[in-house]
Design a protein around this ligand. Structure first.
Ligand SMILES: [Zn+2]
Ligand SMILES: [Zn+2]
Length: 337
């Protein structure tokens, strides 16, 4: 089968490797579509994200939809069978450490997470993964849209970790897939007073179309007397936390999802303390894929609009460049099979 390896800065190389044998509890999946994530772009451009460093060739990609080919002989999940259209949750935790036992398996230090060195990801024709991480999708959910369950899972986990209440005023930094997913998931929960800020004007049209009350390219366009109860920082821009601390009301909260890729960044500590703002950090997700699939299926037309570009596995490098460069690129999906 074909697999695309990151072999150096901005160097993706296609290689022929054997199709994996599924383990006893694993499912072998023919990969159909894989979304290009901000983290994939970051590894491609810099070879690292904070302490995660690519030291040897690595297959990127963790937003996966495909079809079951075969299953290991210990797979007991009767709802899965060969031919099923599925998505995967791309991380397998150890299952017995303290974090796993507390249900916070996203914090498991032994988790095998796709496309995080040294664990290979999914820009390849077949993957195998533990059957507990495989979720069947509706027949009418397009494969490329199904890949968005993964970034939506991040958004849902963020909302669950916040202490948001109905009627609160929300500001979202970053109008990419995660920011838009936060907005749609909040709407699903009945929250309507949402402002979206993104310096790239082209990307804001979708936020507007999806019902944002206000969209803005910078803080200057947001009136200072309309402070927000909660900010979701989805941009990863180092300055966004500072902006968020200005826009959030005393006693409010900032939910930090964006990762700039730097190990450290400036923190507006005086604003945070004197306003008693709670900063809530969010890393990946735990136990949210079924909810993500439900919201995704119900709003598939909206999520479909986030997919702005599609490339074949052969043209993956063009896809990465597009995702990096184009101001209107929201989600680039690689069509693998
Ligand atoms: Zn992702
Ligand atoms: Zn664990």
């Amino acid at each position: 089968m074909k697999a695309v390896y990151l072999k150096g800065i901005k160097r993706l190389v296609s290689e022929e490797i054997p199709i994996p044998e599924p383990g006893d509890n694993e499912v072998l999946i023919q990969v159909k579509c894989v979304g290009v994530c901000g983290s994939d772009i970051h590894y491609w451009e810099h070879g690292r994200i904070g302490n995660f460093v690519v030291n040897s060739p690595l297959i990127l990609g963790h937003e996966v939809a495909g079809k079951i080919v075969s299953m290991g002989n210990q797979v007991k999940i009767t709802s899965l069978k060969p031919g099923d259209r599925v998505i995967i949750e791309p991380g397998v935790p150890c299952g017995h450490c303290n974090h796993c036992l507390k249900g916070r398996y996203n914090l498991c230090q032994s988790i095998q997470f796709f496309a995080t060195p040294p664990v290979d990801g999914a820009f390849r024709e077949y993957v195998s993964i533990n059957c507990s991480k495989v979720f069947k999708i509706a027949d009418d959910l397009p494969m490329e849209v199904a890949t968005l369950a993964e970034p939506l899972a991040v958004a849902i986990h963020a909302i669950k970790r916040s202490h948001i209440e109905l009627g609160e005023r929300v500001v979202i930094f970053g109008a990419g897939v995660v920011g838009l997913s936060v907005m749609l998931a909040l709407q699903e929960a009945g929250l309507k007073k949402i402002t979206v800020i993104d310096p790239k004007k082209e990307r804001l049209s979708l936020s507007q179309k999806f019902g944002a009350q206000l969209v803005a390219t910078s803080l200057d366009f947001v009136s200072n007397d309309s402070l927000y109860d909660i900010a979701f920082e989805c941009s990863g821009s180092p300055s966004a936390l500072i902006s968020a601390s200005k826009l959030v009301t005393p006693g409010g909260q900032i939910v930090q999802l964006g990762l700039s890729g730097n190990s450290t960044q400036e923190v507006p500590i005086v604003q945070l303390i004197t306003k008693e703002i709670n900063v809530i950090s969010v890393f990946r997700y735990a136990h949210v894929f079924p909810t993500a699939l439900e919201i995704l299926t119900g709003r598939k037309e909206q999520f479909k609009e986030m997919i702005t570009h599609k490339y074949s596995l052969e043209d993956i490098e063009d896809g990465f460049r597009m995702a990096k460069m184009s101001p209107d690129a929201i989600k680039v999906v690689i069509d693998v099979n």
